[in-house]
Ligand binder design. Structure first.
Ligand SMILES: Nc1nc2c(c(=O)[nH]1)N[C@H]1C(S)=C(S)[C@@H](COP(=O)(O)O)O[C@H]1N2
Ligand SMILES: [Mo]
Length: 262
Protein backbone atom coordinates (compact mmCIF):
# COMPACT_ATOMS: atom_id res chain seq x y z
CA UNK A 1 0.00 0.00 0.00
CA UNK A 2 1.43 3.37 -0.89
CA UNK A 3 1.53 6.08 1.68
CA UNK A 4 -1.01 8.29 0.04
CA UNK A 5 -3.66 5.59 0.08
CA UNK A 6 -3.51 5.51 3.86
CA UNK A 7 -6.53 6.77 5.68
CA UNK A 8 -6.11 8.58 8.97
CA UNK A 9 -6.71 6.31 11.99
CA UNK A 10 -10.24 6.47 13.40
CA UNK A 11 -9.05 8.50 16.35
CA UNK A 12 -5.66 9.63 17.63
CA UNK A 13 -4.38 7.67 20.59
CA UNK A 14 -4.05 10.92 22.53
CA UNK A 15 -7.82 11.01 22.95
CA UNK A 16 -7.78 7.62 24.57
CA UNK A 17 -7.47 8.80 28.17
CA UNK A 18 -10.39 11.21 28.02
CA UNK A 19 -12.61 8.77 26.24
CA UNK A 20 -11.65 6.05 28.65
CA UNK A 21 -12.72 8.22 31.56
CA UNK A 22 -15.99 8.77 29.80
CA UNK A 23 -16.34 5.03 29.42
CA UNK A 24 -15.68 4.33 33.08
CA UNK A 25 -18.07 7.05 34.21
CA UNK A 26 -20.89 6.44 31.80
CA UNK A 27 -22.43 3.02 31.76
CA UNK A 28 -23.27 1.89 28.30
CA UNK A 29 -20.88 3.99 26.22
CA UNK A 30 -18.96 0.95 25.20
CA UNK A 31 -22.18 -0.87 24.58
CA UNK A 32 -23.74 2.34 22.92
CA UNK A 33 6.15 -8.85 1.22
CA UNK A 34 8.87 -8.86 3.81
CA UNK A 35 11.22 -6.25 5.07
CA UNK A 36 14.96 -6.40 5.09
CA UNK A 37 14.94 -6.97 8.79
CA UNK A 38 16.77 -9.87 10.27
CA UNK A 39 14.83 -12.08 12.61
CA UNK A 40 15.50 -11.00 16.16
CA UNK A 41 17.53 -13.19 18.52
CA UNK A 42 14.24 -14.09 20.16
CA UNK A 43 13.03 -15.47 16.86
CA UNK A 44 16.15 -17.54 16.47
CA UNK A 45 15.91 -19.01 19.92
CA UNK A 46 12.20 -19.51 20.23
CA UNK A 47 12.25 -23.09 19.08
CA UNK A 48 15.38 -24.14 20.86
CA UNK A 49 15.08 -22.95 24.44
CA UNK A 50 12.88 -24.41 27.10
CA UNK A 51 9.93 -22.22 27.88
CA UNK A 52 10.62 -21.94 31.56
CA UNK A 53 14.20 -20.89 30.98
CA UNK A 54 13.24 -18.17 28.52
CA UNK A 55 10.24 -16.95 30.43
CA UNK A 56 12.24 -16.83 33.65
CA UNK A 57 15.14 -15.05 32.01
CA UNK A 58 12.87 -12.54 30.32
CA UNK A 59 11.18 -11.80 33.61
CA UNK A 60 14.55 -11.06 35.14
CA UNK A 61 16.16 -8.99 32.42
CA UNK A 62 13.29 -7.18 30.75
CA UNK A 63 10.52 -4.96 31.93
CA UNK A 64 7.38 -6.71 30.83
CA UNK A 65 5.54 -3.40 30.85
CA UNK A 66 7.99 -1.66 28.52
CA UNK A 67 6.54 -0.59 25.18
CA UNK A 68 7.40 -2.29 21.92
CA UNK A 69 9.06 0.09 19.48
CA UNK A 70 6.64 2.17 17.47
CA UNK A 71 7.41 3.38 13.96
CA UNK A 72 6.35 6.20 11.68
CA UNK A 73 4.17 5.93 8.59
CA UNK A 74 7.27 6.23 6.44
CA UNK A 75 8.50 2.94 7.92
CA UNK A 76 5.44 0.96 6.96
CA UNK A 77 5.95 -2.09 4.78
CA UNK A 78 4.59 -1.79 1.25
CA UNK A 79 3.48 -5.41 1.52
CA UNK A 80 2.41 -7.12 4.72
CA UNK A 81 2.27 -10.85 4.19
CA UNK A 82 -0.82 -12.83 5.10
CA UNK A 83 0.35 -15.91 6.95
CA UNK A 84 -1.02 -19.05 8.54
CA UNK A 85 -4.71 -19.49 7.87
CA UNK A 86 -5.89 -16.80 5.50
CA UNK A 87 -9.59 -17.65 5.64
CA UNK A 88 -11.39 -19.80 8.22
CA UNK A 89 -13.54 -21.06 5.33
CA UNK A 90 -16.33 -22.46 7.50
CA UNK A 91 -19.99 -22.03 6.52
CA UNK A 92 -20.52 -19.98 9.67
CA UNK A 93 -17.62 -17.64 8.96
CA UNK A 94 -18.52 -17.29 5.28
CA UNK A 95 -22.04 -16.22 6.26
CA UNK A 96 -20.68 -13.62 8.69
CA UNK A 97 -18.21 -12.29 6.13
CA UNK A 98 -20.88 -12.14 3.41
CA UNK A 99 -22.81 -9.73 5.62
CA UNK A 100 -19.73 -7.63 6.45
CA UNK A 101 -19.73 -9.06 10.00
CA UNK A 102 -22.90 -7.14 10.90
CA UNK A 103 -24.19 -10.30 12.64
CA UNK A 104 -20.88 -11.14 14.30
CA UNK A 105 -20.45 -10.62 18.03
CA UNK A 106 -17.47 -10.90 20.33
CA UNK A 107 -18.04 -12.71 23.59
CA UNK A 108 -15.95 -11.80 26.62
CA UNK A 109 -16.55 -14.37 29.36
CA UNK A 110 -15.07 -16.93 31.67
CA UNK A 111 -13.92 -15.56 35.02
CA UNK A 112 -15.65 -12.19 34.78
CA UNK A 113 -18.48 -10.68 36.81
CA UNK A 114 -20.30 -9.32 33.77
CA UNK A 115 -19.84 -11.21 30.51
CA UNK A 116 -19.93 -8.94 27.45
CA UNK A 117 -21.38 -9.50 24.04
CA UNK A 118 -20.24 -6.81 21.63
CA UNK A 119 -21.05 -6.13 18.02
CA UNK A 120 -18.42 -4.93 15.59
CA UNK A 121 -20.13 -1.53 15.50
CA UNK A 122 -19.85 -1.29 19.29
CA UNK A 123 -16.18 -2.24 19.18
CA UNK A 124 -15.53 0.32 16.46
CA UNK A 125 -17.24 3.02 18.55
CA UNK A 126 -15.25 2.18 21.69
CA UNK A 127 -12.10 4.04 22.78
CA UNK A 128 -9.19 2.90 20.65
CA UNK A 129 -5.46 2.96 20.32
CA UNK A 130 -3.49 3.15 17.08
CA UNK A 131 0.11 1.95 16.80
CA UNK A 132 2.65 1.22 14.08
CA UNK A 133 4.68 -1.82 15.08
CA UNK A 134 6.83 -4.58 13.65
CA UNK A 135 5.43 -8.09 13.38
CA UNK A 136 8.06 -10.85 13.63
CA UNK A 137 7.15 -14.33 12.43
CA UNK A 138 9.20 -17.37 13.47
CA UNK A 139 9.34 -18.34 9.82
CA UNK A 140 11.87 -15.54 9.39
CA UNK A 141 9.95 -12.58 8.03
CA UNK A 142 8.92 -9.27 9.55
CA UNK A 143 6.61 -6.47 8.48
CA UNK A 144 5.69 -3.06 9.85
CA UNK A 145 2.02 -2.15 9.90
CA UNK A 146 -0.44 0.13 11.63
CA UNK A 147 -2.98 -1.45 13.95
CA UNK A 148 -5.96 0.20 15.55
CA UNK A 149 -8.39 -1.26 18.03
CA UNK A 150 -9.77 -1.48 21.52
CA UNK A 151 -7.33 -1.94 24.40
CA UNK A 152 -7.94 -5.42 25.80
CA UNK A 153 -7.52 -4.15 29.37
CA UNK A 154 -10.46 -1.83 28.88
CA UNK A 155 -12.75 -4.72 27.95
CA UNK A 156 -11.48 -6.85 30.83
CA UNK A 157 -12.11 -4.06 33.32
CA UNK A 158 -15.52 -3.43 31.84
CA UNK A 159 -16.32 -7.13 32.21
CA UNK A 160 -15.15 -7.15 35.83
CA UNK A 161 -12.24 -9.57 35.54
CA UNK A 162 -12.06 -11.87 38.57
CA UNK A 163 -9.04 -11.52 40.83
CA UNK A 164 -8.60 -15.30 40.47
CA UNK A 165 -8.12 -15.11 36.70
CA UNK A 166 -4.54 -15.60 35.51
CA UNK A 167 -4.78 -15.90 31.72
CA UNK A 168 -6.82 -14.57 28.85
CA UNK A 169 -7.65 -17.02 26.07
CA UNK A 170 -8.56 -16.08 22.48
CA UNK A 171 -10.78 -18.55 20.65
CA UNK A 172 -10.58 -18.19 16.87
CA UNK A 173 -12.89 -19.09 13.99
CA UNK A 174 -10.33 -21.18 12.09
CA UNK A 175 -8.86 -24.61 12.60
CA UNK A 176 -6.14 -26.70 11.02
CA UNK A 177 -6.56 -30.44 10.59
CA UNK A 178 -9.56 -30.30 12.92
CA UNK A 179 -7.64 -28.47 15.68
CA UNK A 180 -9.09 -25.04 16.48
CA UNK A 181 -6.68 -22.09 16.55
CA UNK A 182 -6.47 -20.47 19.94
CA UNK A 183 -3.93 -18.48 21.91
CA UNK A 184 -3.50 -17.21 25.45
CA UNK A 185 -1.55 -14.54 27.33
CA UNK A 186 -0.99 -13.67 30.96
CA UNK A 187 -2.40 -10.61 32.69
CA UNK A 188 0.80 -8.60 32.33
CA UNK A 189 0.39 -8.74 28.56
CA UNK A 190 -3.41 -8.51 28.74
CA UNK A 191 -3.16 -5.12 30.46
CA UNK A 192 -0.10 -3.93 28.52
CA UNK A 193 -1.03 -0.60 26.88
CA UNK A 194 -0.16 -1.86 23.39
CA UNK A 195 -2.29 -5.01 23.68
CA UNK A 196 -5.35 -4.34 21.59
CA UNK A 197 -8.11 -6.20 19.81
CA UNK A 198 -7.60 -4.66 16.40
CA UNK A 199 -10.47 -3.88 14.04
CA UNK A 200 -8.27 -1.93 11.61
CA UNK A 201 -4.97 -2.41 9.80
CA UNK A 202 -3.25 0.38 7.87
CA UNK A 203 -6.28 2.63 8.30
CA UNK A 204 -8.91 0.27 6.90
CA UNK A 205 -11.09 -2.43 8.45
CA UNK A 206 -9.25 -5.76 8.65
CA UNK A 207 -9.44 -7.86 5.51
CA UNK A 208 -10.15 -11.57 5.82
CA UNK A 209 -6.52 -12.56 5.23
CA UNK A 210 -5.38 -10.49 8.22
CA UNK A 211 -8.04 -11.78 10.59
CA UNK A 212 -11.33 -9.95 10.00
CA UNK A 213 -13.24 -8.81 11.85
CA UNK A 214 -11.00 -8.82 14.95
CA UNK A 215 -7.48 -9.92 15.80
CA UNK A 216 -5.19 -9.67 18.76
CA UNK A 217 -2.09 -7.48 18.73
CA UNK A 218 0.19 -8.32 21.63
CA UNK A 219 3.21 -6.36 20.51
CA UNK A 220 5.83 -7.75 22.87
CA UNK A 221 5.42 -11.24 21.45
CA UNK A 222 6.01 -13.10 18.18
CA UNK A 223 3.65 -13.50 15.23
CA UNK A 224 1.92 -16.71 16.21
CA UNK A 225 0.55 -15.07 19.38
CA UNK A 226 -1.30 -12.47 17.25
CA UNK A 227 -4.55 -14.45 17.04
CA UNK A 228 -6.70 -13.67 14.00
CA UNK A 229 -10.47 -14.28 13.66
CA UNK A 230 -11.09 -13.82 17.40
CA UNK A 231 -14.63 -14.90 18.28
CA UNK A 232 -14.47 -15.31 22.04
CA UNK A 233 -12.26 -14.03 24.83
CA UNK A 234 -12.18 -16.17 27.96
CA UNK A 235 -10.57 -15.40 31.31
CA UNK A 236 -9.28 -18.51 33.08
CA UNK A 237 -7.23 -19.49 36.13
CA UNK A 238 -5.42 -22.31 34.31
CA UNK A 239 -4.70 -23.39 30.75
CA UNK A 240 -4.58 -27.08 31.61
CA UNK A 241 -8.07 -28.07 30.55
CA UNK A 242 -8.13 -26.15 27.25
CA UNK A 243 -7.44 -28.14 24.09
CA UNK A 244 -3.94 -29.64 24.43
CA UNK A 245 -3.26 -27.75 27.67
CA UNK A 246 -0.25 -25.76 26.46
CA UNK A 247 -2.08 -22.50 25.86
CA UNK A 248 -2.12 -22.26 22.08
CA UNK A 249 -2.44 -24.05 18.77
CA UNK A 250 1.28 -23.97 17.94
CA UNK A 251 2.23 -24.71 21.52
CA UNK A 252 0.01 -27.82 21.53
CA UNK A 253 0.91 -29.08 18.07
CA UNK A 254 4.39 -27.87 17.20
CA UNK A 255 6.10 -27.42 20.56
CA UNK A 256 6.41 -23.64 20.23
CA UNK A 257 6.93 -21.81 23.48
CA UNK A 258 3.90 -20.37 25.20
CA UNK A 259 5.79 -17.20 26.07
CA UNK A 260 7.19 -15.79 22.84
CA UNK A 261 8.57 -12.47 24.08
CA UNK A 262 10.56 -10.18 21.83
N1 LIG B 1 -6.52 -17.56 13.91
C1 LIG B 1 -5.24 -17.56 13.48
N2 LIG B 1 -4.41 -16.64 13.95
C2 LIG B 1 -3.12 -16.60 13.53
C3 LIG B 1 -2.61 -17.58 12.62
C4 LIG B 1 -3.52 -18.54 12.13
O1 LIG B 1 -3.19 -19.42 11.30
N3 LIG B 1 -4.83 -18.50 12.58
N4 LIG B 1 -1.28 -17.53 12.22
C5 LIG B 1 -0.36 -16.79 13.10
C6 LIG B 1 0.95 -16.52 12.51
S1 LIG B 1 2.10 -17.76 12.51
C7 LIG B 1 1.31 -15.28 12.09
S2 LIG B 1 2.87 -14.89 11.56
C8 LIG B 1 0.30 -14.18 12.03
C9 LIG B 1 0.16 -13.69 10.61
O2 LIG B 1 -0.70 -12.60 10.59
P1 LIG B 1 -1.00 -11.92 9.18
O3 LIG B 1 -1.67 -12.95 8.33
O4 LIG B 1 -1.86 -10.75 9.49
O5 LIG B 1 0.34 -11.55 8.62
O6 LIG B 1 -0.98 -14.59 12.50
C10 LIG B 1 -0.96 -15.49 13.57
N5 LIG B 1 -2.30 -15.65 14.02
MO1 LIG C 1 4.09 -16.73 12.18
Amino acid sequence: MSKDTLIMPPSPSSSFITRRHALVGGAGLLLAGCDQINASPAVQSVLSLGEKATHGAQRLVTDRNALAREFSRADMSPVFRQNGNRNPGTAEYDALAANNFADWTLNVGGMVAQPLRLSLAQLMAAPRRTQITRHDCVEGWSAIGEWSGVPLGLLLRRAGLSSNAKYVVFHCADSTGGAPYYESIDLIDAFHPQTILATHMNGAPLVVGHGAPLRLRVERQLGYKQAKYVMRVEAVASLDSLYGGKGGYWEDHRGYQWFAGI
